[in-house]
Design a protein around this ligand. Structure first.
Ligand SMILES: [Zn+2]
Ligand SMILES: [Zn+2]
Length: 263
């Protein structure tokens, strides 16, 4: 499919109106054509803005009926009484769980790094979905060389890093390398082809919270996080946790070595 053919179809593509085969052809073209991905991205933004304007025109105006029912609910004495009951009286099992959770976390620090890891994993999954799978980032990705110049010299080492060509369950191909931003976080991003799916290897600046390998599940993806000195390497895949961990154990060590050598 040519660039102009893809661009003619872009509105129908965004509206989900194309046949499955045509959608696949468009996706195949997009995965190899940066210019068309930028085009898609501009169109999606325009659509979102138009839609937002449309929705705001009447949906946000509160309906009389809703206001009336709200007033009734707020004036009911029962709801006030209920709000005064302390939560541990109403949900004793939850209180027990909270005590247990507090006992299991030895220091505040572990809890904080757990939350930081969860936030990092959520951002990695979001980047994988929005950059590697759906091509709908808010910012245009830049090259590793440019990012190395502007933000983090260690990233230069990833530009010509040799990724192992064989994973535990088949060959690995590097489909793309760049640096992209999702939800305010910057990732060096290697998109791999493995077991007929696109897989993300994401490198974030800053040590891995917790500093030990970790496996998480989020949004139907499994994530294996590996520490790499002053960076964290996250592998995001639609595989089961064990398979993703095995793949991470193949690709994360050379990434970590390359980063360490140039730090
Ligand atoms: Zn194109
Ligand atoms: Zn990316």
């Amino acid at each position: 499919m040519t660039c102009s053919a893809v661009r003619r179809l872009i509105d129908s593509f965004l509206a989900g109106e194309l046949l499955v085969e045509t959608t696949h052809e468009v996706l195949a073209h997009l995965s190899g054509c940066f210019a068309c991905r930028v085009f898609l991205h501009e169109h999606r933004r325009l659509r979102t803005r138009l839609r937002g304007a449309w929705d705001r025109s009447d949906e946000l105006a509160p309906r009389d009926q809703f206001l009336a029912s709200l007033a009734t609910q707020l004036s009911r004495p029962a709801s006030r009484a209920r709000r005064r009951t302390p939560w541990w009286r109403r949900w004793p099992s939850l209180a027990a769980a909270a005590v247990l959770a507090a006992a299991l976390v030895p220091a505040g620090r572990a809890g904080i790094s757990g939350r930081r890891l969860s936030a990092l994993v959520a951002a990695a999954v979001g980047d994988h979905e929005n950059c590697a799978i759906e091509f709908r980032l808010h910012e245009r990705p830049i090259s590793l060389a440019e990012a190395a110049r502007r933000y983090d010299p260690a990233l230069r080492s990833l530009a010509d890093l040799e990724v192992p060509s064989n994973g535990p369950e088949g060959p690995i191909r590097v489909l793309e390398r760049h640096v992209c931003v999702f939800d305010g976080r910057r990732f060096a991003h290697l998109v791999l082809g493995y077991r007929s799916q696109r897989i993300s290897v994401l490198v974030a600046q800053g040590a891995l919270p917790g500093s030990t390998p970790a496996s998480r599940e989020a949004n139907g993806f499994s994530v294996a996080a590996r520490p790499a000195a002053r960076h964290a390497v996250l592998v995001v895949a639609e595989l089961d946790a064990g398979q993703t961990a095995a793949l991470a154990d193949t690709v994360a060590p050379p990434v970590a070595q390359a980063l360490a050598a140039s730090e």
